[in-house]
Design a protein around this ligand. Sequence first.
Ligand code: DGJ
Length: 371
Amino acid sequence: MINAALIMNLWQFPLMACALLLSTSPSTQAQTQNSFKPGQGWPDSNGVHINAHGGGILLYDNIYYWFGEHKIEGDAGNRAQVGVHCYSSSDLYNWKDEGIVLHVSDDANSEIVKDCIIERPKVIYNGTTGIFVMWFHLEFKGKGYNTARSGVAISDRATGPYQYLGSTRSNPRIWAENAPEPDNKNQPPPNTYVRDHANGQMSRDMALFVDDDGTAYHIYSSEDNRTLQIAQLTDDYTKHNGRYVRSLVNGSNEAPAIFKHNRKYYLITSGCTMWSPNAARSFVADNIMGEWKSLGNPCRGTDQQNKTTFESQGTYILPVSGKPGACIFMADRWQPKNPIDGSYIWLPIQWEGDKPVLKWLDEWSLDFFER
Ligand code: DGJ
């Protein structure tokens, strides 16, 4: 039987001690929520604004678990000072604080030492091993965004604690299935794909997706954010298995969020403008490994809303349990000057023929999907 301890031995990384305890001071007891209010404060069940940015959601045993970056005040909040925060909910409106499930380390030699960058954590559950597997974008402390690695952590429980296994560049010494070894690596001039062949492809903004057959995929901005790569994971979901493709080459996509609808795959991404919002893009494919076809900007609002994705950047697309076809686009309204103030934009995916589209709603509830 595969368990968390065995997977960790395979990675040959020592157990990370969890050193920090989150100190949130509950304010007043929160009122029960019965709607989504995009862009407004979103109190958890203690009345504290939810702190799970760049997040994603896992549905397990009829409970939703929201994992995201814990941000603090000020510029330092743009780097990881605390870790990955988790909340749980049975209705998507009311969220219980489950605390920090992956802590940054106080050990200067740790890859996830405090003040590194941990972004866009996503958790998937492996039904065969019974292990929850977290992937995230990792930048080593003090290196800006040059490290471009993926961190992996595992737990026997959705709510952790997650044990850090290590980090990796993607698929070192393996060419993409749709981009075999160039005949002459210097003609055309070497690009980052060729440059990074030996040490592994860059991986920054990322998503995970588990298909109906249980195969898991890692979708990430690579090649200096110019190209998305889509890589299959091993059966235990803790590594790449060597199969990957380059997608939307030179399209400069960040913030990939993926969902499946009527046997087609849909991606909503952003452009690359750091913390400033830009116009979202949408794509469709019959096969997750491509070809991906552009469906244009999915936003249907004012010019300003369309240019900025309602002042936000996507992070995840959540299929709603018990409502076939219902999906929620989750995005972040970043506040890089005071990151803890970042708010969440959740909007229902609507359809214009076979195109997923997004329209602003000041307030809405899951009844929207019954219309
Ligand atoms: C845009 C990315 O989508 C974010 O996750 C973050 O990496 C910022 N860039 C940093 O500027």
